[in-house]
Structure formats: structure tokens, C-alpha cells
Design a protein around this ligand. Structure first.
Ligand code: ZN
Length: 172
């Protein structure tokens, strides 16, 4: 039995005209500015640090950082460094890539609530070192489990969220 139902598109089907294919090259003459808060956050990642900001009014600690509080509308200038560890808020076991192609080995997107940030605040990333089958993965992971980041070596970091390779379950 085939592992997946349906018929996958092939490169041949696309180039031979077997299926309709439209191609458009945008003339995108603009850049996107990350802004003050996210730029500092990305610089922090390159340095192996997870940075957050703290609202002087409601005292929430926001990560990724913002320079104004979306609840109080107060400007925020207080920066804090988070320890990096966190807990699993939720996760998924995905057999589909970003381009809708199928994966034989699943990927595990995770929402990590970061230690030191306010409850419910965290980032979307990937879990690693959790096995390759649904049974292995769901047998290891649970909501609320402590996790820690696995960083790229400093020389390979480029100021991107992928400077953290993935999160793994914390030991102990
Ligand atoms: Zn606030």
C-alpha cells in the first residue's frame, strides 16, 4: 500500500505542460525593515541571547520584544535577557512541507513559552531529538514539558530565528 493517498505532482508534469503552470517574476524594488525591536532581537540571536522588553505599566515581559505595549500603548524601553529555556505550550507533528509536499519523516513545530516572559508569551520554533515516528514523538512530548534551545555555533549564526537550530527536551 502507498504511504500517502492521491497523486503527487512531478517535475515532468510541470515542465511538460501536463498541468497548468503560471510563472511570474515580481519586480520587487523594496526592502522590509525589521524595526527597532525585532532588529535588536535578531542581533541578540546572533550573540546567542534571547531578548525581551518589559512594559513599565502592566509589567508584562514581551518576547519577541516590542517597543510599545499593545495593551497599554505605553512606549517600552526596558530590555531584559531571557535564559532561553521554556516550556511546551503546544506542538504538532507535521507530515507536510511549507510547499505542501509530503514528508516521510515528520517535522515537529512547537510553541515555546519562554522562561522569564509573561504567561502565554513565546515563540514558534521546531522540536528536535524527539524521534522520527508519530509514536516516538507523542510518547516523548507533553504540554508543559521543559525545553531548551540548541544554538548554532557562534560562527554560523546570522541574526535569524534559525540561529536556534531547534528546541529539545530539557534534561533532568
Ligand atoms: Zn503594558
Amino acid at each position: 500500500m502507498e504511504p500517502f493517498s492521491g497523486t503527487s505532482l512531478t517535475d515532468h508534469a510541470l515542465v511538460s505542460g501536463e498541468v497548468l503552470l503560471s510563472f511570474w517574476q515580481p519586480k520587487a524594488l523594496y526592502r522590509w525593515d525589521a524595526g527597532v525591536a525585532i532588529s535588536a532581537f535578531l542581533d541578540g540571536l546572533k550573540a546567542g541571547k534571547l531578548l525581551a522588553t518589559r512594559c513599565p505599566e502592566c509589567r508584562r515581559t514581551l518576547a519577541p520584544p516590542r517597543v510599545f505595549c499593545e495593551l497599554c500603548f505605553r512606549p517600552i524601553g526596558d530590555w531584559v535577557e531571557l535564559p532561553g529555556a521554556g516550556t511546551i505550550n503546544t506542538y504538532s507533528v507535521s507530515y507536510v512541507n511549507w510547499d505542501a509536499t509530503r514528508r516521510r519523516t515528520p517535522e515537529v513545530p512547537v510553541v515555546v513559552e519562554l522562561d522569564g516572559a509573561s504567561p502565554g508569551i513565546g515563540i514558534l520554533h521546531l522540536m528536535g531529538e524527539v524521534g522520527t515516528t508519530l509514536e516516538e514523538i507523542t510518547g516523548k512530548l507533553r504540554i508543559g514539558a521543559p525545553v531548551q534551545p540548541v544554538w548554532k555555533p557562534a560562527a554560523e549564526r546570522e541574526g535569524a530565528i534559525t540561529d536556534i537550530r531547534y528546541f529539545r527536551l530539557a534534561e533532568g
